[in-house]
Design a binder for this molecule. Structure first.
Ligand code: PRP
Length: 216
């Protein structure tokens, strides 16, 4: 094995912990990754793998620019930001839908521009362009469900996993736009230079994903 570390960007939070769980099962364990600390970089000398914890929406930025060779990212972020990366594997975790939601009883008056709050302006525009519907996109960074409640928007386009956030805020889902799940991605140049090791990791992960699917 070459001495070069394989740098892997993990998304901080629940999805990252699940993704690390799959990597550990695939033989890429580095237990210190899960220690409670403010540390962001962890090295597994045996496998020559280095993990980074990064903000989920930044994973593809690190990978696209080569600071990370590989990363785990939601397909929502890939579709929204269209990074120049390779998508290697659907990990079948972080499953949710990108959906349109809003207050109960809302009816769309097509003579008016529809105000849509979202963290995903590109996905939102593409979706409504496809419907030929004029919209005003209101880009927010979180707590999207507040927007229709405070009359900042008519509806929202956001990810829905359990549906709890919608329910607890008195909103309902109208339409699913697409299914979302986490993907293993790689930098394009690293993929050429580290092809053997990346393929090995990808195959091991693929087997774990299949085993997990059988358990479900
Ligand atoms: C996401 C999303 C919804 C919620 C959906 O928010 O924007 O608010 O999760 O999950 P649920 O259907 O299981 O309730 P996130 O937790 O990322 O926080 P944010 O509001 O800061 O974006």
């Amino acid at each position: 094995m070459s001495d070069r570390y394989l740098n892997i960007a993990l998304p901080k939070g629940r999805l990252g912990e699940k993704a690390y769980g799959l990597l550990a099962k695939a033989g890429y364990e580095c237990p210190s990754v899960l220690e409670e600390s403010r540390k962001l970089i962890f090295e597994d000398e045996g496998n020559k793998v280095r993990y980074f914890w990064v903000k989920p929406s930044d994973v593809a930025v690190y990978v696209e620019r080569g600071s990370a060779d590989m990363g785990i990212v939601g397909s929502d972020t890939i579709l929204e930001t269209e990074p120049s990366i390779y998508e290697l594997l659907d990990l079948n975790i972080g499953k949710c839908t990108m959906s349109v939601a809003g207050p109960k009883g809302f009816t769309d008056d097509r003579s008016r521009v529809l105000r849509v709050a979202t963290k995903y302006p590109n996905i939102t525009r593409d979706y409504y362009d496809g419907l030929g519907r004029d919209i005003d996109v209101i880009k927010l960074n979180g707590s999207i469900e507040l927007a229709p409640i405070l009359a900042l928007s008519d509806v929202i386009v956001d990810i829905v996993e359990t549906g709890n956030t919608l329910r607890e805020n008195g909103l309902i889902k109208y339409t699913d736009i697409m299914d979302i799940s986490a993907r293993l991605i790689s930098n394009k140049v690293s993929y050429k230079f580290l092809y053997g090791r990346m393929t090995e990791l990808m195959k091991a992960l693929e087997n774990v994903v299949k085993e997990e699917a059988l358990k479900a």
